[in-house]
Design a protein around this ligand. Structure first.
Ligand code: FAD
Length: 456
C-alpha cells in the first residue's frame, strides 16, 4: 500500500493534516505537487506568484528531504495527472487538504469519486481555514454576507484546534519514501523569470516555511505591540507581512491563531495588537466564506446595479500609467511602484490605488484585480476579488461608492513626512514629475454622477 499526499495551497510540513495522517498510517509515501495551468476553467497563477511558487517548492522539497521524503513535481490538468501517478506507483490512498474555489472543488470532487470507484481511498482535510465555510451559518441557516456578524460568529466558536507537529527524522520516513529520479522533475518548476525582474522580490522575501516562521517570530517579538499604532503607516513595517506565506500555506491559520492567542493573554500593548491582527485573519476567512458560497464573486459584481455602471475603457497608455506608477499622484505612484518592485503593497495604499483606478479613472475593478493577480506575491483568489469589490462599492459589505479616497489627504494622514512617497517616487515635486493624469476633484464629481445614474 502506498499513500500519495497531494500538496496544493499548503506548502509546509508542520500542521499539515494530510501529511500528518499519511505519516501516522505507516505506509510508503509519495509527496506530489501538480502545476496546473490547464484544467478547464482554472485561472493560471500570475508572474509574481510563479516566482514565489518556484522558491516555495524548493523550500518544501528541502524540508521533506530533511525528514526522509522526496517531492515529486508534475505538470498538467490535475485530475488526469494525479490519476496517472496513482496508477504508476500503485497507490492505495490519496490525501489532500481542502481548497475552496469552485473549479478546484470540482476537480477535487470528481477525482475523489473516480478514485473511490477504482478502489483507491481518497480523503480530504481541513488545513487552510479555521472555519469551514459550510459550518459558519446565520440563525436562519444562510451564509454571512457582512463581515462583523461573521467575525462574531467565528470568535464565539470553540478555540481552533492546536497545530499538528511536523514529521521528524525519528519517524523513519526515509524507509517509506517512494521516489524515482523520473518522478522528481525539477525542470517542471515554474520558471524563474528571464530577464530577471525578481531582484526586488529576492531582497524582500524568503518564500517557504522557514521564512514564514522567521517573519512570525520577528513580528511577535518586535512589532505586534506597535500594530495598532502603526498598521496604517505604509512607511513602517507595521504589519505582519505574512500574507504571501498564508496564501501559499507555508503557515497555517491555526499556527498563526495560536501564536497570536498566546500574546492576547499577555501585556496590554501586545494583547491589543494580537487581537487586531486576529481580526484581520478573520477577514481572510470571510473572503473564503464568500468565495465558497458565491463563487461568482471573482468575476461578477455582487451588487447587480453595477452591471449598468458606465465604466471607461482606458487606452493602453493610460492603463500603463497606473500600472507603472506614473499617474502624477505621488501616493498612487509610490504604491504601484512598491508593488512592481517588491510584489507587495501596503493595505492602506492598496485601497488608495484601487479607489483611484475605479473612481477617478472609472476603470472596471476587474482590470485592477487582474493586474494585482499578476504582480502580487500574495495574489489570492478570494481576498483579491473581495477587496476590489469592497473598494469599488460593488461588493457585499462594501465601502459605499460615494466614498472616494482622496490620495492627497490620505498621504497627509498616513505618510505625514513623505517617507514612503520619497522611497519610491523621489522625483515627486520636481519638474521631472508628470502632472496628474486627471483632476482629482473633477474626476470625483464625474464618478459620483456615474454612480447616481445606476442607482435608479
Ligand atoms: P496583517 O495586517 O498583518 O494581517 C494579517 C493577515 O490577515 C494577512 O496576512 C492576511 O492574510 C489577512 N488579511 C489582512 N487584511 C485582509 C483583508 N483586507 N482581506 C483579507 N485578508 C486580510 N490580501 C491577500 O492576502 N491577497 C490579495 O490578493 C489581496 N488583494 C487585495 C486587494 C486590494 C484592492 C486590497 C485593498 C486589499 C487586498 N488584500 C489582499 C488585503 C490586504 O491588503 C493584505 O492581506 C495585507 O496588506 C497583507 O499584509 P500583512 O500580511 O502584513 O497583513
Amino acid at each position: 500500500p502506498t499513500t500519495v499526499v497531494w500538496f496544493r495551497d499548503d506548502l509546509r510540513i508542520s500542521d499539515n493534516p494530510a501529511l500528518h495522517e499519511a505519516v501516522l498510517r505507516g505506509d510508503p509515501i509519495v509527496c506530489l505537487y501538480v502545476l496546473d495551468d490547464e484544467s478547464p476553467g482554472i485561472r493560471p497563477i500570475g508572474g509574481a506568484s510563479r516566482w514565489w511558487l518556484h522558491h516555495s517548492l524548493e523550500s518544501l522539497a528541502e524540508s521533506l528531504k530533511a525528514v526522509g521524503l522526496t517531492l515529486t513535481l508534475r505538470r498538467g490538468p490535475a485530475r488526469e495527472v494525479v490519476t496517472a501517478l496513482v496508477g504508476d506507483v500503485g497507490a492505495t490512498r490519496v490525501l489532500w487538504n481542502r481548497r475552496y474555489g469552485e473549479v478546484e472543488r470540482g476537480i477535487d470532487g470528481d477525482l475523489k469519486s473516480s478514485l473511490r470507484e477504482a478502489g483507491v481511498e481518497a480523503d480530504s482535510f481541513q488545513g487552510s481555514l479555521l472555519a469551514e465555510p459550510w459550518t459558519v451559518l446565520t440563525g436562519q441557516g444562510g451564509w454571512y454576507k457582512v463581515f462583523s456578524p461573521f467575525y462574531r460568529a467565528v470568535m464565539a466558536r470553540q478555540t481552533p484546534r492546536h497545530p499538528l507537529p511536523a514529521p521528524t527524522v525519528g519517524d523513519g520516513l526515509h524507509h517509506r519514501t517512494v521516489a524515482t529520479d523520473a518522478l522528481a522533475d525539477w525542470h517542471l518548476l515554474p520558471t524563474s523569470p528571464t530577464p530577471d525582474w525578481a531582484g526586488g522580490l529576492r531582497e524582500r522575501w524568503r518564500p517557504g516555511e522557514t521564512g514564514a516562521a522567521e517573519r512570525l517570530d520577528t513580528f511577535l517579538t518586535e512589532r505586534v505591540s506597535h500594530y495598532v499604532a502603526e498598521h496604517d503607516l505604509p512607511a513602517e513595517e507595521g504589519t505582519s507581512m505574512l500574507s504571501p506565506h498564508l496564501r501559499w500555506g507555508e503557515m497555517s491559520p491555526f499556527q498563526f491563531w495560536h501564536a497570536l492567542d498566546g500574546h492576547r493573554a499577555r501585556a496590554s500593548a501586545d494583547a491589543e495588537g494580537a487581537a487586531a491582527v486576529l481580526r484581520q485573519l478573520i477577514w481572510r476567512e470571510f473572503s473564503y466564506h464568500l468565495l465558497y458560497h458565491l463563487p461568482s464573486i471573482t468575476t461578477q459584481n455582487m451588487r447587480e446595479e453595477f452591471d449598468r455602471f458606465p465604466w471607461v475603457d482606458p487606452s493602453p497608455a493610460e492603463l500603463e500609467r497606473w500600472q507603472q506608477g506614473d499617474t502624477g499622484i505621488p501616493l498612487v505612484d509610490a504604491g504601484m511602484r512598491e508593488l512592481w518592485q517588491t510584489g507587495i503593497m501596503h493595505n492602506r495604499v492598496r485601497m488608495v490605488v484601487a479607489s483611484f483606478l475605479v473612481k477617478n479613472l472609472r476603470v472596471d475593478w476587474r482590470v485592477g484585480e487582474a493586474w494585482f493577480w499578476d504582480t502580487l506575491v500574495d495574489a489570492d483568489p478570494a481576498a483579491n476579488a473581495l477587496n476590489w469589490q469592497w473598494v469599488a462599492g460593488s461588493g457585499p459589505d462594501a465601502a459605499p461608492y460615494f466614498r472616494v479616497f482622496n490620495p492627497e489627504l490620505q498621504a497627509s494622514k498616513f505618510d505625514k513626512h513623505g517617507s514612503y512617497v520619497n522611497r519610491y517616487v523621489p522625483e515627486a515635486g520636481t519638474p521631472a514629475y508628470p502632472e496628474p493624469m486627471v483632476d482629482l476633484k473633477e474626476s470625483r464629481r464625474a464618478a459620483l454622477d456615474a454612480y447616481a445614474s445606476i442607482r435608479g
